[in-house]
Every structure is written in structure tokens, then in C-alpha cells.
Design a protein around this ligand. Structure first.
Ligand code: SF4
Ligand code: SF4
Length: 435
């Protein structure tokens, strides 16, 4: 179903008869039907350069005008599958007069990076979109739910608007001792950067507790910042709030500078991405790992207690996989769990479909509803269900709530959505119950 109202069928210019003068004999030659199409006189349209010039003037926006229209990006774009999108289409709309800064298209890109993977001209939506969005921030067209998240992040240091003092509350009944550095300072091997959704969202907290139990069982020397932690801010940056991101970089690095640790480990691929790219570019170098990278080499030491006997499919997070090249660590963990049979979705690894949560999409489901036939998370859940798996395993904190909602709204309540770490923890426990 075309969505967005922009798909206009081509206007036929065929005529029953058309004549053209032969360039050899000079005689008029009659061309009938479809064959005269190319001889209909063309209306030549001049497109002004203003649209591209305005975007190219924004640092990061330069590459939009490099597009030469090959169209490879459109079938790669997850939004086009449920709407009418892709860099080639955005390029054409800007060329024909759309002011991207005022248009709903500006907020639909999830910065998943699948178009950049296939684009011969390196048209980079991961740089273009944040640049144009930043330019649009002063306008009234910024979706209200996004404004709300920016405000909460500014005031509380987290996207959920939670009291920062409650950051470590999940540790109280984690079933394992969790060291908080402000209370127990001193050197530590792993500084676990919990991020917002594992700190505050109930399903994220479930996963955080599982990590605590697994880390304790493995004898890992680890600690958290607790109330001193703030979001790393990568999704806010990609949604256009660069100023907020810069101030978060200052706050986060100031806190990190107080403690003595060897490496940062995080469950959040967006935080991972920010640390290894954006923070590094600003001179803040840390050894950073996703939690699956920490645990994958240790699978032989995990004290497995039982077999789970389940078929599991895995969703690659865009910012762990495509953006940072890690596809194997979460699979190594899943394949090590006794009784887990891993099946892949058709779109996986480099070509994995996006959950819709990146680039601010996590907070824009209300806004995007009017521009897509279904949510990206719903589309992905249907793909997961098609594999016949009982469990959709993820390893990004955005995805458990997104896919759990989508499983309900698509009628796939039987599909269990959980983080990889929850399955690891489950297989470490005696008995047959979960949690
Ligand atoms: S793949 Fe790149 S060059 Fe080709 S149409 Fe898309 S943006 Fe343009
Ligand atoms: S980054 Fe992803 S969502 Fe954005 S235009 Fe490219 S393929 Fe589409």
C-alpha cells in the first residue's frame, strides 16, 4: 500500500501517431503507438541548487547532493518497506522543492545505516539527518514527544525523566552484590555503564539483574556509577540535539575521570557507539565493550544448570552490528546455552532489519504512525514469528519493550521477547521456572 501520498503514476505521453523527419532522407516518418514515446517533445525543468545548498551548508549535510540516483538504497531502507522513503527519494524531493527542514520526512529516518552500506556515492544519512534536524530544532515542527525527551534528558540526565537518585535502585533485589563506586571507591576492572533503559524500565531492570548474577557467578570485578551516571546521549545526538550531547559528553567524562577502571562495558549499543566514535573524536579514549563481547569468551566458565529446550531467533541491533561490526558475540552466547537452537531470520547480520528505535525513533512511534503502514518493530516481529522460533532474543535495551509491544499488536503474543542475558541467567538456575 503506498503510504505518504507521494506515489504518482507516470503520465503517458504516447500518441496514436507522431511524425518525425528522417535525418537521412528528410522525409516525414510516421511512428505509431508506444514507439513514438521518445519523440514527444520534452519539458525541460531547471531545478535550482538552493535546496541542496542549504543542506550542504550544514556540517554533515554535504553528501546529500552526491546522490546520482542509482536507487540501490531504496530497497535497503526499512522505512520504505512500510512507507515511501530512502535517500534517493529524499534527494529527489529536495531537488524538486521540498524543504526537508520543515517536512515530516526529516524525522522518519532511524539512522540504521543500511543505505550507507550499499550506496556507491557514500550518501551518509547518519550525518545528514542529525545535521538537518539540528537546524530544525528551533522550529515548531519538532515532534512534541521528541521535545519532551530532550527536556527530560536535560533536566534529569536520562530520557525517561526519572529521578537520577533512583538509578541504582534495581540493585536492591538483584540477587547479587552490586558495587556502586561512589559508596565503594577504589580500582575496578569493569565499569558497567548501565544506561537508561536497564536502569529504569522494568523489563530493562530484569536484564540488569540477570547481568549482575552472571557477572557474580563468573567472578568478574565490576561496579556501576549509580546516581552519578547520566545517559551517554547518542540517540539524542542523532535526533538533532547536538548541544545537549556535547554537554552530556562533558558531564559523563568528568564523572568517569574520578574513577580508576580498566574498561567500560555496556548493554547499550548506542552508548557503545558513542564511546567508540563520538567520545573518541573528542579526545576521550576508553576501552569499551558491549556486554556480549565481555561474556562470549567466558562461556566455558558459565555454571550451566539446565537445558532450556527452545528455538530462538536473534535480532541484530543496528548500532552493534552494522555500525560497529559485532555479529558473533551475541550468537556465541546463544549457541553456548544448553538446549538453545538458533535460527536466523532472512534479514540478519549486515542486512538486519531495523527495530525502528534508532536516531530518536524510540520516542517517535506516535509521530511516525501517520507516515507508515506499520511500525518497523511490528514488521520485524512478523519476520521473527515466520522462523517458527518461540523466543526473539535481543541485546539492545530499546528492543525488549519495542518488540514486546509489537508482539501484542501483531497477534504474536506467543513469541517471547527477551534479552540474551536473561536466557543465560535462566540456564544457570536450577528448576524450570523463569525469572
Ligand atoms: S544508493 Fe546512494 S547514489 Fe544510489 S540512489 Fe541511493 S543515495 Fe543515491
Ligand atoms: S539510515 Fe536507514 S532509515 Fe535512514 S534512510 Fe538510510 S536505510 Fe532508511
Amino acid at each position: 500500500m503506498p503510504v505518504g501520498g507521494r506515489k504518482v503514476p507516470p503520465v503517458s505521453v504516447e500518441k496514436e501517431h507522431a511524425t518525425v523527419a528522417s535525418t537521412i532522407s528528410g522525409r516525414e516518418v510516421d511512428l505509431a503507438g508506444m514507439w513514438n514515446r521518445m519523440f514527444e517533445s520534452r519539458v525541460i525543468t531547471d531545478y535550482g541548487p538552493e535546496g541542496f545548498a542549504a543542506i550542504a551548508a550544514l556540517p554533515g549535510g554535504e553528501s546529500l547532493e552526491w546522490c546520482y540516483g542509482c536507487g540501490k538504497c531504496v530497497p535497503a531502507c526499512p522505512v520504505d518497506l512500510v512507507g515511501d522513503y530512502g535517500p534517493r527519494k529524499i534527494h529527489r524531493r529536495v531537488q524538486t522543492g521540498t524543504a526537508l527542514m520543515d517536512d515530516a520526512d526529516l524525522w522518519l529516518c532511524t539512522t540504521c545505516g543500511n543505505c550507507l552500506r550499499v550506496c556507491p556515492k557514500e550518501v551518509d544519512m547518519l550525518a545528514i539527518m542529525p545535521a538537518v534536524r539540528e537546524g530544525a530544532l528551533s522550529s515548531s515542527k519538532v515532534p512534541t514527544e521528541l521535545q519532551d525527551v530532550f527536556e527530560k534528558t536535560f533536566r534529569y540526565g536520562n530520557a525517561l525523566g526519572q529521578n537520577p537518585r533512583r538509578r541504582g535502585q534495581w540493585t536492591e533485589n538483584a540477587g547479587a552484590k552490586v558495587r556502586v563506586l561512589s559508596k565503594e571507591p577504589g580500582p575496578v576492572d569493569v565499569l558497567f555503564y548501565v544506561e537508561d533503559y536497564w536502569s529504569f524500565h522494568p523489563r530493562g531492570q530484569d536484564a540488569a539483574k540477570c547481568f549482575a548474577r552472571v557477572a557474580e557467578a563468573l567472578g568478574i570485578d565490576w561496579a556501576i556509577l549509580g546516581p552519578e551516571e547520566k545517559t551517554v546521549g547518542d540517540s539524542q545526538r542523532l535526533a538533532g540535539e547536538k548541544g545537549l550531547f556535547e554537554s552530556l559528553v562533558d558531564d559523563v567524562t568528568a564523572v568517569l575521570g574520578r574513577y580508576d577502571f580498566n574498561r567500560i562495558v555496556t548493554p547499550d549499543p548506542h552508548a557503545f557507539n558513542a564511546f567508540v566514535t563520538e567520545y573518541r573524536q573528542r579526545g576521550h579514549e576508553y576501552e569499551v565493550m558491549h556486554y556480549t563481547q565481555l561474556l562470549a569468551p567466558l562461556v566455558d566458565q558459565i555454571p550451566w544448570a539446565r537445558e532450556l529446550d527452545m528455538t530462538v531467533t536473534f535480532h541484530d541491533p543496528c548500532y552493534l552490528g552494522r555500525r560497529n561490526g559485532e555479529y558473533d558475540a551475541p550468537r556465541a552466547l546463544l549457541e553456548a546455552i544448553p538446549g538453545v537452537r538458533l535460527v536466523e531470520m532472512g534479514r540478519c547480520r549486515e542486512n538486519a532489519y531495523c527495530c525502528g528505535g534508532g536516531g530518536g525513533g524510540m520516542w517517535l512511534d506516535g509521530f511516525t504512525r501517520d507516515h507508515m503502514s506499520e511500525r518497523l518493530s511490528e514488521r520485524r516481529v512478523r519476520e521473527a514469528a515466520q522462523t517458527g522460533a518461540e523466543v526473539l532474543a535481543v541485546c539492545c535495551p530499546y528492543e525488549v519493550p519495542r518488540f514486546s509491544d509489537a508482539a501484542k499488536s501483531t497477534g504474536h503474543e506467543e513469541l517471547r521477547v527477551c534479552d540474551v542475558i536473561e536466557l543465560v541467567d535462566e540456564a544457570m538456575r536450577e528448576g524450570s521456572g523463569r525469572g
